[in-house]
Design a protein. Sequence first.
Length: 125
Amino acid sequence: MTPIPRSRSINFSTISLSALAWLIIIDKLGFSSYFLITWDVTRYSLACSFYHVGRGSGANSVVAYCLRITDVDPIELDLYFVRFLNLRRTSPHDFDIDYSWDERDEVLDYVFKRYGREHTACSVP
């Protein structure tokens, strides 16, 4: 897998500290599987060379950025994920993963086969 091109030098200690803090919060809130399933879907699409755009409140997470769910670098853009995910919030944030119309059906097919129709819901406009 090729790395995401960066427009500036990366401060790995800042990213590591931020990622560790968010991983702790994500785990305490029980949202780890939510991130991992979203990562699995985007990992599949990247392996198929499908282009995706990750949006939603979860896109401000350095964890989502490191997992390549989104190309939004929250450290470079100085975004505050705490606005969307903190220990007082009990509802999960959202990820909107957009695909081209001609790739969407293959990604959906992967999701239904991987996780089973009885465990999967879909809202496609």
